[in-house]
Design a protein around this ligand. Structure first.
Ligand code: SF4
Length: 146
């Protein structure tokens, strides 16, 4: 019978790890005075967890939906535990962070993230595509609100 070689590594699995394994130290810097934009899907998902819009959502003058802050942090940031209270359901923009769009340069890794060097080029590329698609959706939703 053929015995699996324990040293054999599945290339598809390596690709997955390359995409997913950024190291987050939960420093909370990205949750400080957040300006994170929300899609309708993000809002619905958070509401389904029992949070009311008036607790976490604000709409700016251009129709963009954003997370609210409280005492200098996102309303969902738990200062004592250094963690996000809605981590599995957090906004898509938080999931792809620290990959962001710079209007002049394009897709970049946010310089303020202390773990920015743990992101692989593959992860940056994949998350960058998500950022572009997400912003298209968010722009359309903002225009429709005005
Ligand atoms: S939703 Fe969570 S991850 Fe996103 S800014 Fe708020 S606390 Fe941070």
């Amino acid at each position: 019978m053929h015995k699996a070689n324990p040293l054999h590594v599945d290339k598809a699995k390596i690709a997955l790890y390359e995409i997913r394994f950024m190291h987050c130290s939960h420093c909370g810097i990205c949750c400080t005075e957040t300006e994170m934009l929300l899609s309708k899907e993000d809002i619905k998902r958070i509401e389904q967890k029992g949070f009311r819009k008036k607790y976490f959502l604000k709409i700016d003058k251009n129709g963009y939906a954003q997370l609210k802050n409280h005492d200098g942090y996102c309303v969902f940031y738990n200062i004592e535990k250094h963690q996000c209270n809605i981590y599995p359901d957090k906004p898509s923009g938080c999931s792809v962070y620290p990959v962001i769009l710079d209007e002049e340069i394009g897709i970049i890794i946010d310089d303020i993230c202390p773990e920015k060097t743990t992101i692989t080029p593959k992860e940056k590329e994949e998350k960058g595509k998500t950022v572009i698609n997400l912003l298209k959706i968010i722009d359309t939703e903002a225009k429709n609100r005005c």
